[in-house]
Design a binder for this molecule. Structure first.
Ligand code: SAM
Length: 208
């Protein structure tokens, strides 16, 4: 007999053994101390490509700033991407609100930005809790954001063109973070508490 006091939403769907194993393996590699901030990234293709790269290396949540009134064609639209099922997006309409949220989680904030004091990606420690900020396709990381950062990081380039596409820059940066973290053993043991694992597992099971 079912318990009448339980709501339909309380039930966790039963998954196949294979799917459950996959979910648990993915959760055991999640990196709650690494995140990405997209500041006024316009093109939904770029947003989705960035979310896919985040999922691929175990990022759980990202921060999206929209101070330019862009329509939510991107991460808000569940039907047009699958990565946004597995990576949670926090949306902000001001730089300050986003910075406050990042500081509350003790992230060091690094802008991917070509400045005279920018450190190479390969000389930046990406094993510590860090939020990597990526800027708008045309204007880069804004003057409003830069005073809040703890440092700038650049991807070395030796060609004629000065910058990479934002989603490419993100993938390159995240795979350097992955390399450093793999070497430092960050993917060996889960970083989530049992409660966090169950909470996300349940949410994913309900979505799948
Ligand atoms: N004209 C813009 C500028 O001056 O920043 C170029 C923006 S670029 C097309 C879009 C974003 O990709 C940048 O804000 C940055 O986040 C990232 N990016 C592209 N190339 C980069 C590089 N070589 N080093 C670090 N970040 C880079």
């Amino acid at each position: 007999m079912s318990n009448p006091s339980r709501k339909l939403a309380d039930y966790v769907p039963i998954l196949t053994e294979k799917r459950e194993k996959k979910f648990r393996e993915v959760l055991s590699k999640r990196q709650p101390d690494l995140t990405v901030v997209m500041e006024n990234v316009h093109d939904p293709h770029n947003i989705f490509a960035i979310m896919r790269s985040c999922d691929a290396i175990g990022i759980m949540e990202i921060y999206i700033i929209n101070t330019q009134g862009m329509k939510k064609k991107g991460a808000g639209n569940k039907s047009s991407s699958s990565a946004n099922k597995w990576v949670k997006a926090h949306n902000f309409s001001s730089v300050e609100a986003c910075v406050l949220a990042l500081r509350a989680k003790n992230y060091k904030i690094i802008a991917t930005h070509l400045a005279s004091d920018s450190k190479s990606l390969y000389e930046t420690d990406l094993t510590e809790p860090v939020a990597l900020v990526f800027g708008n396709e045309k204007d880069g990381v804004s003057e409003a954001f830069l005073p809040h950062v703890d440092g700038n990081m650049k991807i070395p380039m030796v060609g004629q063109i000065q910058s990479l596409n934002v989603s490419v820059a993100c993938a390159v940066s995240l795979y350097e973070a992955y390399r450093q973290r793999l070497q430092a053993g960050h993917y060996e043991n889960t970083k989530l508490t049992p409660e966090q694992t169950e909470e996300i597992y349940t949410a994913w099971a309900k979505k799948s």
